[in-house]
Design a protein around this ligand. Structure first.
Ligand code: FEO
Length: 393
């Protein structure tokens, strides 16, 4: 991707990673991603805001060369994670006079993660400003969006917020700016679910901290720039509001011989008949990012499994662990499933789901193929979920 000017003397110099399909060896990237870095030229000083993943560092070097950047005063490191900081050592080699601007926690992290010498840092404080001449950088700490050191930079003269991961989307696109909110919103929601959801309380605090800033543009570190940022700020407020769940159930399941599948199909219909939205995920073919995004809205989680060696199917145990780790807004959960000769599924899955801080409803775990009384138990479970969803319990 070539260099592009956002506004006069402000450039996008990062890289689009069209082909990457997995992040952290965990997070699927069906639409690729980008590592956004920005160059701001003031009348006196020049600053690079974030770098790129090391796999794209040559692209960043080429972009700085294309812009004839012969002197770099500062590199702002908003976040220690290597998809943004990983090319800092290479850029410091190119511009040995540059100082890395970050907060105290960021400085320690980058010394440990990248072995950048302590003397290369200038530590900034929350709210501190640094003049570039005709432009100003204002640093605002936004801890736990999504590491402890994360911060953002506000450029008051242009009313641009450089937000790093905050408000990002894993989306490889040739569009510098958001063209279609309908396309970007699902990608941003996935990103929120996978990265920010566990830190909702911190996200709410950080949104409140930014509330009084006049922000005309948000330039994140992944995905396109928001020239009209109100929709993503509103979406973050909605997704982060603990009272904002929908009357929806997510069902995660595996079925080996059809019994659990039949229970899931019956429960799905029973919930729909009662006005509860349902999103079932057969885990053997599930994109975990889609599952994470569904968990943003759901009030209920149903975990459905056959027994494998008396415990839950490993795919179910994995997905349940992931769901718990993401700390969704789930209010109530249930375990259903089927076994052949014996089962410790309820004990093991209950222990796992205990960390959700959700009400655990009575399980429906049966031996073999479901009979009429088992289907009646699923109707009863659907009643319980529906009554809780409509607040009529
Ligand atoms: Fe995009 Fe937390 O790094």
């Amino acid at each position: 991707m070539t260099v592009r000017e956002i506004k006069k003397d402000i450039y996008a110099v990062g890289a689009v990673d069209w082909e990457r399909r997995l992040f952290d060896e965990l997070i699927p990237l069906p639409q690729g991603t980008s590592y956004n870095a920005y160059l701001v030229r003031g009348s006196e000083k020049t600053v690079l805001l974030d770098t790129v993943d090391p796999r794209k560092e040559q692209e960043l070097r080429d972009h700085l060369c294309e812009l004839n950047v012969d002197k770099l005063d500062y590199i702002v490191a908003h976040h220690g994670e290597q998809d943004h900081s990983g090319a800092i050592p290479a850029i410091l080699e190119l511009y040995p006079e540059a100082l890395v601007l970050t907060n105290a926690k960021g400085s320690v992290l980058l010394q440990d993660l990248l072995h950048i010498p302590a003397e290369k840092f200038r530590v900034v404080e929350d709210g501190e400003t640094i003049s570039l001449g005709d432009k100003t950088l204002q640093f605002i700490f936004t801890p736990w969006a999504h590491w402890p050191e994360t911060m953002v930079t506000y450029l008051p003269e242009e009313k641009i917020l450089f937000s790093c991961d905050f408000f990002s989307s894993h989306l490889a696109t040739g569009n510098l700016f958001v063209q279609d909110e309908g396309e970007v919103c699902p990608a941003a929601k996935r990103f929120f679910a996978e990265i920010m959801m566990p830190f909702r309380a911190a996200i709410r605090n950080n949104l409140a901290k930014l509330a009084n800033l006049e922000i005309q543009m948000i330039a994140p570190s992944h995905g396109p720039i928001y020239a009209n940022p109100s929709f993503i700020r509103d979406a973050y407020r909605d997704w982060g509001d603990d009272a904002g769940v929908k009357n929806e159930a997510v069902i995660i399941y595996v079925s080996m011989h059809g019994s659990t599948e039949k229970m899931v199909a019956y429960l799905t219909d029973a919930l729909l008949k009662r006005g509860v939205g349902v999103k079932p995920f057969r885990l053997s073919v599930t994109d975990t990012g889609e599952l994470a995004a569904a968990l943003v809205d759901a009030a209920a989680l149903v975990v459905a499994s056959p027994a494998v060696l008396a415990g839950p199917h490993p795919l179910v145990a994995y997905a349940a662990s992931l769901a718990v780790a993401l700390r969704p807004r789930i209010k109530y959960a249930a375990i259903i499933g089927s076994y052949g000769w014996g089962s410790k599924m309820v004990e093991q899955l209950s222990a796992l789901l205990g960390s959700l801080k959700a009400e655990l409803l009575a399980p429906v775990v049966i031996k073999g193929h479901p009979r009429e009384e088992h289907l009646a138990a699923l109707d009863d479970l659907a009643d319980q979920i529906a009554r809780r969803g409509t607040g009529t319990l």
